[in-house]
Design a protein around this ligand. Structure first.
Ligand code: ATP
Ligand code: MG
Length: 351
């Protein structure tokens, strides 16, 4: 019998969510939610993980929990179908982390390429907080606590999923078949795997301040798009331009489809035609950027409008999180019970 399909995914409350989250994971989550194919869906606000590199800035984490929840509701995550939860309210996750730590070596954690690049980004080379160093293990706890089969996420999460799968195999071999091995579900389009920032940096990231936020006003989006780098050698409109590594075209790859052309840029039938013209020479950056603004605005406008509605009722948002967390805690408690039994540390269960 095929295992029950269960989703676990989430975000760190280190800022509002951005268009990288949208194309990398949020858009797919909403589709999966509405497909009806998944028995249970858990969407986690990873506040405990956010504290591993923001220990001295608890207000930032606290304030962003509700911002992330607002972003969830605005993109169309529906509390009737998806459990939204707060990580730190589920102590079972911390307990699982502690037991999984015995199954992972220090060199294995040091090899994790995402952790390596994040350590560099945060200037932790001379002293990594132990909690931060171990966060891939805590992520394995989050995923396995809900017996997740599927984790929709961006490419930077691939090493985390590999690490989780190793922990699952090690646990199941040592103690018996208790945990489920999850698969990552990456976005289909290459441009969405790791959307670059507006500065052209490898990844749009809350911590780098190179983001277009889902909640940015139309004018703000326009300002950010109009000041983006394109091809540095494309100086005159008549110059041939490069589309590869050109962030404006990468964003178009992520957001655009043929339906936008008749209304916003009828000179072309599709993005390929537009790209060809740019590469040939004769198409200016301003025209492409204006088109991108229209395309992004069409996607972001309904999200912005829904956010404005939900912002009027913040107690409702907290209620959604409380209910979602309670349900999630039940699931995690069951897994912890099974784990402790398998590990022979269930002393009082029979009494
Ligand atoms: P931080 O800088 O605090 O780590 P972040 O912007 O990297 O924040 P996370 O909360 O770490 O965001 O990531 C949440 C989810 O969004 C993950 O599944 C991650 O893969 C995905 N994601 C984040 N940034 C991008 C991006 N630029 N492109 C595609 N997916 C992304
Ligand atoms: Mg991140």
């Amino acid at each position: 019998m095929a295992p029950t399909k269960i989703i676990l995914t989430g975000d760190r409350p280190t800022g509002r969510l951005h268009i990288g989250h949208y194309v990398g994971s949020l858009r797919c989550r909403v589709e999966l939610q509405n497909s009806g194919e998944y028995e249970k869906i858990f969407i986690m606000i990873a506040d405990a993980q956010a504290l591993t590199d923001n220990a001295h800035n608890p207000e930032k984490v606290r304030d962003n929990v509700v911002e992330v929840a607002l972003d969830y509701l605005s993109v169309g995550l529906d509390p009737a179908k998806s459990n939204m939860l707060i990580q730190s309210e589920i102590p079972e996750l911390t307990e699982l982390t502690f037991y999984y730590m015995n199954l992972v070596t220090v060199p294995r954690l040091q090899r994790n390429p995402t952790v390596k690049s994040e350590v560099k980004m945060r200037s932790f080379e001379t002293g990594i907080p132990v909690g931060f160093f171990c966060y891939p293990i805590s992520q394995a706890a989050d995923i396995t606590a809900f017996q997740a089969t599927t984790v929709p996420a961006g490419e930077d999460q691939k090493p985390m999923l590999e690490q989780t799968r190793e922990i699952v195999r090690s646990f199941n071999t040592t103690y018996g078949e208790v945990l489920t091995e999850p698969d990552i579900l990456l976005p289909e389009k290459g441009a969405c795997l790791r959307l670059p920032g507006t500065d052209g940096q490898a990844k749009m990231s809350k911590s780098l301040g190179n983001c277009v936020y889902l909640s940015d006003a139309e004018e703000e989006v326009k300002k950010k798009v109009m000041s983006m780098f394109t091809d540095p050698d494309h100086l005159k409109v008549s110059d041939p331009g490069k589309v590869e590594g050109n962030t404006v075209f990468t964003y178009l790859d992520a957001f655009c489809n043929d339906k936008f052309f008749p209304e916003y840029c009828p000179d072309y039938r599709n993005l390929d035609e537009m790209k060809e013209h740019y590469m040939r020479g004769g198409l200016g950056d301003v025209k492409v950027k204006k088109f991108l603004c229209c395309v992004m605005n069409e996607t972001l406008k309904p999200i912005r409008e829904r956010r404005a509605e939900f912002e009027k009722d913040i107690p409702y948002v907290w209620e959604v999180l409380k209910k979602g967390t309670e349900k999630a805690r039940e699931a995690a408690a069951q897994t912890l019970k099974n784990v402790k039994k398998a590990m022979k540390i269930d002393y009082f269960d029979e009494l």
